[in-house]
Ligand binder design. Sequence first.
Ligand SMILES: [Cu+2]
Length: 479
Amino acid sequence: MSRRRFIAGMATAASALAGASGIALSQGTARAAGNRLPLPELLVPTQQGGVTVFAMQAAFGTHELLPGVSSDTAGFNGSYLGPTLRVRNGQRVRFEVTNGLDEELAVHWHGAHVPPEDDGGVHAAFGPGKVWKPEFTVKQQAATLWYHPHTMGITARQVAMGLAGMLIVEDDSAASKALPSSYGTDDIPVIMQSVAVGSDGGIRYASHSFSEAGMAFPVVVNGVAVESDPLTFTADTGRVRLRLLNASLSETLTVRRIDGTRLTQVATESAFLTRPVEVDEVRMPAGCRAEVVVDVTRETVLEVAVETGVGRRRNSRQSFLTLLPGSGGSRTTPLPSRLNTINRYNVAHLKPRVIALTETGGVLGINGVSGTTMKAMDSHEIVVREGDLELWEVVNRSPRNHSFHVHDVPFQVISVNGRVPTGVDLGWRDTIAVHRGATVRIAMRFTDYASEKYTYMLHCHMAEHEDLGMMTSLKVRPR
Ligand SMILES: [Cu+2]
């Protein structure tokens, strides 16, 4: 393994391929380059006997999240965040993940439809120096996914330190052909994090530490904190597709244009919408993604509103990205009027399975069981049958908001507090906000993969909550 591949954001062959604009900057140089939006490197895979292989190594390092302040961090193939992995529907892929940390690591492909043994939940942890090699055939529509640790009890710390990256699935659909897809030129990853940094530069991840004196809560985009001026990106081709990811531990992020005009959303987390939808804002609970397309005919400033979660009751908003028109970039063809076909599940005949998000005496759990050990999770696992359509009623019986995530297959939202969804809420997703006191009904079909031995998971995606036990195992039993 060449060391070069493990240096995040350096101008490798991958970033050279990313586009003629040469904007794939290292994170270190981004600041000096006038606060341009840095872009994660697109990882160049190797071919091994018909399998496309992506090599990654998790390691600790240091990184300047705040200007002039060195923070202890971690990253894949670099010191903070990780390269973008781009795969294709139908492709046989293998992720070779080396654990270069001095502790256990599990890496989950969030939103990926993969066999349970390749899913990377808490059961798949591997020790320091070990290499985990999940191999599977990509079997899903084009979507913006991501990868992050899922290590029992320490997910929040590992994610907060920077172990996260984007996973892009491409396909041959007409929508994919019509939308911008040149990575780094008009197809842009936007990894957003509300981060907590102590006065010593240390990243904080536990809510009890958020009230320390001298804490800073920067919005970090693709690895750099947004300062008073937003980051900039020049749209040389006029139209850009922004892949928004909320990789925060618990904060909800809402993105909008500061001029009050609407954004055009083309995809939810797991697939394209049926058609482009004009939205006032894109609201993303922790773990959520969305894709928007912007025709940059004039300077366009995006702002993000941060709603704080656990332990931090201070909401904020700030401009984070200025899209600048390029030279000759004002010619744009209309977006396709149809992007996808989504057949709504008929759940009228189904009795809902209740999944309660519980908190009793300060102990977080699912259905009253705190999943802080493998044994607790497995002995109270949710069991479904391969091929079955399931209707789940996710009930928040705790005094705080949560972000609910199911592994394996995407779901449709059936109702939120009894109300039928509209607009972008009709799209496929894998993560959804379940507010205090709320009842959210979702439906999904557990296709393709089943196992008596290996399990998936379901949990709150506020990382501190999952570490505290708001998670359990999900077994898809063979038919
Ligand atoms: Cu939660």
